[in-house]
Design a protein around this ligand. Structure first.
Ligand code: UDP
Ligand code: MG
Length: 319
């Protein structure tokens, strides 16, 4: 069997502080794996600039010039982490046999790649990197992230626990993933749907080497909302059950009101009446909001806009 060509896909958004440190680490890993004879010498590092506003693209261009194993693509504007990863994966899928996607901040242990490649060589098409613990995350990040997984699974979105976007995917699985045309991207939920033989590899998650997190709470909440709405219709079912419960309570309330009015206590019901009106009004607004969220997603899907637009490729510069 020919040695597999590995592409390491790294999304970068405003990462000028950390990229000069981590890019050589990734290249070092490629060198080591190729040296051990596990992967082909044609393996590459593919850096995806997600419309950065700092000098990230200049750094990528320099890296690509200095080392032929380093490739760069640039998104025409910032589209978010998921779209950047997908752009890299789709760009790589016809040039390689396996891809490993990893963040560029050095938080994910690159040494887990050895085990991932071993699992691939052992017959797995998808290998999920799973965090062994979250000791190095801040208390806030740890609790919000754990809440994120719990909430997602409670809402019916099946995902691998404590797995972010550090994973190996074979080109074969990627070609199938390309058939998933949704614009509402949540790779963590989509990749398991592709199927094939898969396994997990544990690794310790370190702190960011430099720079700041590009995933503030706001982006995490919107990722969670995307995850739920793209994987599950459970929220719609929940509001249905909730509506049934409220309808039952209203029925009890009506009977109570009738009895009260027959026994002559008509004015005394003012407070309870107001409470019920407010409560039902609030519940209806929440339910409308959830339905609206799904309609919004349908609206975006029907437009079928491109999920990423690549404006530059380092290997096309010198033509
Ligand atoms: N990222 C991106 N586009 C964005 C936000 C983030 O490509 O709009 C990249 C970022 O450069 C990094 C990865 O996604 O490589 C994960 O981001 P970060 O480390 O800030 O998230 P955290 O680890 O704090 O969840
Ligand atoms: Mg990070």
């Amino acid at each position: 069997m020919n040695k597999p060509i590995l592409y390491i896909i790294v999304p970068c958004y405003n990462e000028q502080e950390v990229l000069p440190i981590t890019a050589p680490m990734f290249l070092g890993k490629l060198g080591q794996l190729a040296g051990e004879g596990k992967i082909s010498g044609d393996s590459r590092l593919m850096l995806v600039d997600d419309g950065s506003r700092d000098s990230t693209w200049d750094i990528i261009s320099e890296l690509a010039e200095a080392d032929e194993r380093c490739l760069g693509i640039r998104q025409s504007r910032n589209r978010g982490h998921q779209n950047a990863v997908l752009a890299g994966l789709m760009e790589a899928k016809d040039r390689c046999d396996i891809t490993i996607s990893i963040d560029c901040d050095g938080q994910d242990d690159i040494n887990a790649m050895d085990a991932m490649v071993n699992e691939y060589l052992g017959g797995c098409e998808i290998v999920y990197g799973v965090r062994a613990d979250r000791k190095t995350d801040t208390f806030f990040k740890r609790t919000t992230a754990q809440g994120f997984y719990k909430f997602l699974s409670a809402m019916g979105a099946e995902i691998v626990y404590n797995h972010a976007d550090y994973r190996l995917i074979s080109a074969r699985a990627l070609r199938e993933l390309a058939g998933f045309k949704e614009v509402n991207l949540f790779l963590r939920g989509m990749v398991p749907l592709v199927g094939f033989k898969s396994t997990c590899v544990e690794y310790a998650r370190a702190e960011r080497i430099a720079g700041e997190s590009k995933y503030p709470l706001r982006k995490m909440i919107s990722l969670a909302a995307d995850g739920i709405t793209s994987l599950s219709v459970k929220p719609l079912r929940l509001i249905m059950s909730f509506g049934l419960i409220v309808a039952f309570l209203s029925f009890v309330g009506v009977i109570w009101a009738l009895i009260a009015s027959c026994s002559g206590h008509t004015v005394a019901g003012w407070a309870s009446m107001t409470c019920i009106i407010c409560f039902v009004g609030g519940v209806q607004l929440i339910c409308l909001g959830i339905i609206g969220e799904y309609i919004g997603k349908i609206y975006m899907e029907t437009k079928q806009r491109p999920r990423y637009i690549i404006s530059e490729r380092t290997w096309e510069n010198n033509d």
